[in-house]
Design a protein around this ligand. Structure first.
Ligand code: PPS
Length: 269
């Protein structure tokens, strides 16, 4: 086996070969948090400009050794039109890890986040419709448009084959974090270092958290801004949104070869 060179010269800033992305509000932070805490990769927490506008973005990357993985995480790439083309021109063999979640819950989560910053905005029910009497959904509202995953994925598939993309279920990440992490590690070609023994379910938070690592004093949950209580949304509106998304979801399942079972969920949080 080749011994690792730890000399100063061996630490180099590299263009990431793995990218964690999501449509926003889909548990990407949690995936990143687990990968980071368990050193599954060396991260740059990305901002969209990185790949899009900085030709020498390598300069802002963490230094890694040959054989270590440089990853970048950002929620906004997936819906940024120019992103796949530019990323492809810099790193065509990149592995993409995309976290997805029921688009109806995602839209409500997105709205809840905005509401926490701007309490004066209209209700979700008002923003969701162009014409509520006619049941016409406002697909130009970003909270809704982002959830049309099939549309965004089409753009990426023009540049990257499906084999380079792993879709992680935001729902499964909550109920079975170790199971989803196993898929992530397999996809990255890594030994399964993150397993069930690293997680516990925090009843107060209502989400899984990481158990206390040996080198730190506290178990790690995500902060208060993750896992917020959603406002109550009129069930009719939820029903209407489900109908709106259904054909797009079906298209997305077909394109990815994965059934995320969003139609089977009883209600949205
Ligand atoms: N372990 C754990 N702890 C807390 N929250 C968790 C966890 N796993 C998944 N989630 C869900 O993650 C949702 C927020 O997604 P992110 O903001 O991380 O996504 S993204 O970075 O914008 O893609 C967040 O959405 P909200 O519930 O609307 O706040 C959570 O439902």
């Amino acid at each position: 086996m080749r011994s690792q060179d730890y000399s100063q010269d061996a630490w180099v800033q590299r263009i990431p070969k793995r990218l964690l992305i999501s449509f926003g509000n889909s548990s990407l932070d949690y995936l990143y948090h687990v990968c980071y805490a368990k050193k599954v990769g060396y991260f740059w927490i990305g901002i969209t400009v990185l790949f899009l506008f900085l030709p020498y973005s390598r300069n802002v990357m963490p230094k890694t050794l040959d054989g270590q993985i440089t990853m970048e995480k950002t929620p906004s790439y997936f819906v940024t039109n120019e992103a796949p083309k530019r990323i492809h021109s810099m790193a065509k063999d990149i592995k993409l890890i995309v976290v997805v979640r029921n688009p109806v819950t995602r839209a409500i989560s997105d709205y809840t986040q905005t509401l926490s910053k701007k309490p004066e905005i209209p209700t979700f029910e008002v923003l969701a419709f162009k014409n509520r009497t006619l049941g016409l959904i406002d697909a130009s509202w970003s909270a809704i448009r982002i959830g049309i995953y099939a549309l965004h994925l089409e753009n990426w598939l023009q540049y990257f084959p499906l084999s380079q993309i792993l879709f992680v279920s935001g729902e499964r990440l909550i109920v079975d974090p170790a199971g989803e992490m196993a898929k992530v590690q397999d996809f990255l070609g890594l030994k399964r270092v993150v397993t069930e023994k690293h997680f516990y379910f925090n009843k107060t938070k209502g989400f899984p958290c990481l158990k206390k690592p040996e080198d730190s004093s506290a178990p790690r949950c995500l902060g208060k801004s993750k896992g917020r209580t959603h406002p109550r949304i009129d069930p009719d509106v939820i029903h209407r949104l489900r109908k709106f998304y259904k054909p797009f979801n079906m298209m997305f399942y077909q394109m990815t070869g994965q059934d995320f079972q969003w139609e089977q969920e009883e209600g949205d949080k």
